[in-house]
Ligand binder design. Structure first.
Ligand SMILES: Cc1cc2nc3c(=O)[nH]c(=O)nc-3n(C[C@H](O)[C@H](O)[C@H](O)COP(=O)(O)O)c2cc1C
Length: 446
């Protein structure tokens, strides 16, 4: 085959198109070279960066982003683990909306940002930074991660134009953030990207475990209750395993409860521990557990909890929890059993007395063979807690999980941390780190 000879065009329109294409290529290459990890990022842009464990900071970030976008052209929303030093350095304004979890820790989706602010220097001398730090004063390290982000931004030369700490989502603290945004010229919008709360009625409410005192949290409880909620006028909106029911109390407080049943049902089930403080029932738990089935209405909505979705892969499932943690474990186990995955439940309560209604379902699942193993720990009866079972059954647990196994943990923070430490001893740090990195370890602590 002979090739046609190469000929230069003498049409000026062709030359103009070619020059335009070269200029575009040079512009895109320059932008990419400045920010290779993320694609083009223009200088002068505004970023909303969020770090969230259970989704509240994420919702607030979406609302803030929505509000800013109405006034600014170049506004971008990032989860904290996606931002890099070049992205931050190129921004003109940054709004960090971050919560604190564990004991003063960064949320799981902010581990990269946490490492970056400990290790890296980024020139923020031309950047305006605002920080909305979510936390809870009942924890000793109140808003610790938000404070770390603010201190780092200051060290990097940023101008801090707003810093708000929020105690337990207090409406007055959130109003302060709204004031800052309004002052900067970003008006509030009636329409928000976050689903609004609606009215639900309490269809049933039954006590399934007795009153008790928990020494680790110093909390007295008036028992554990199983509830079913049905939205007014229709079926509940879609949700996914792991999601939460967010209750709004009449005085503006917000309380989250794990949804205990699988999606697709016409109702949302909850297990609620009725917390008592000096003889006064908790704001949320009192409202729910004093409900008169068929008559009581509450305001709430379903909220996504992306970090507690079913574990990845098809390996066996080890579910570990105590008390109201059963609510978080239950849909994960039901889902895994439906997929015929081998399941093992380690569950703790204070005493077996008065807990028949709670334990009956676990025992049924065990007898039916859906649960291959069921281990129960009753701390008041024999002093054994779930973490002791992990240590006792170390060899069996390692053999059951193999390399592909998954762990789902749900319950109070002290129990969760003790279980993670026990599992690290049994399986090794490498196994646990790998499981966390690949989504085979799912935790929901409260
Ligand atoms: C397990 C757990 C640990 C927490 N640890 C802290 C803490 O150390 N310091 C703090 O100020 N708040 C702490 N909090 C409170 C959260 O920061 C607060 O509830 C926040 O609104 C959660 O926001 P998020 O849903 O975006 O993660 C903790 C909450 C939970 C559930």
């Amino acid at each position: 085959m002979t090739e046609a000879p190469l000929r230069m065009s003498d049409d000026p329109a062709h030359w103009a198109i070619a020059a335009g294409l070269v200029a575009l290529w040079l512009l895109l290459s320059w932008r990419w070279l400045r920010n290779p990890a993320t694609g083009p990022v223009a200088a002068g842009q505004c970023l909303v960066v969020y770090a969230s464990q259970t989704g509240h900071a994420e919702d607030l970030a979406r609302e803030t982003h929505h509000r800013l976008r109405a006034a600014l052209e170049d506004v971008h929303l990032f989860t904290a683990d996606r931002v890099t030093a070049p992205i931050l350095a190129a921004a003109e304004r940054i709004y960090f909306i971050v919560s604190t979890t564990g004991e003063g820790d960064a949320p799981d989706n902010a581990r990269h940002l946490d490492a970056m602010i400990t290790r890296d220097s980024v020139d923020l001398s031309d950047t305006q930074v605002s920080v909305l730090a979510l936390g809870d004063r009942r924890y000793t390290q109140f808003c610790a991660f938000g404070n770390r982000v603010r201190a780092w931004a200051e060290r990097m030369g940023a101008r801090i134009s707003g810093f708000v700490t929020v105690d337990d989502l207090a409406p007055a603290d959130l109003a302060e953030w709204n004031r800052i945004l309004s002052r900067e010229g970003f008006a509030a919008h009636a329409e928000t990207p976050v689903a609004s709360a609606s009215s639900w009625h309490v269809a049933s409410c039954k006590q399934v475990a007795p009153a008790a005192f928990d020494a680790s949290s110093m909390q007295t409880s008036d028992g554990l209750y199983r509830l079913s909620l049905v939205p007014e006028g229709g079926a509940p909106p879609d949700w996914e395993i792991g999601d939460l029911f967010e209750l709004r109390t009449p005085d503006g407080h917000i309380r989250d409860y794990s949804i205990a049943n699988r999606p697709g049902a016409g109702e949302v089930q909850l297990f609620v521990r009725r917390v008592m403080d000096n003889g006064i029932p908790g704001r949320g738990s009192g409202l729910l557990t004093e409900a008169e089935p068929g008559r009581t209405h509450v305001t709430g909505r379903i909220r996504e909890h992306r970090l507690f979705r079913p574990a990845t892969g098809h390996g066996p499932i080890l579910a570990i929890g105590a008390g109201s943690g059963w609510a978080g474990l239950r849909p994960h186990l039901a889902h895994a059993m439906a997929e015929s995955r081998p399941c093992w439940l380690v569950f703790g309560e204070r005493t077996p007395a008065g807990t028949d209604a709670l334990l009956a379902e676990m025992q049924e699942w065990h007898q039916d063979g859906g649960l291959q193993r069921l281990e129960l720990a009753f701390s008041r009866q024999d002093g054994r807690r779930v973490q002791d079972i992990i240590a006792d059954k170390a060899k069996d647990i390692a053999a059951f999980l193999g390399n592909e196994g998954c762990i789902v943990l749900c319950g109070r923070l002290a129990m969760g941390e003790a279980c993670l430490a026990a599992l690290r001893d049994v399986l090794g740090a490498e196994w646990m780190d790998q499981a966390k990195a690949t989504g085979r370890l799912r935790c929901d602590f409260y």
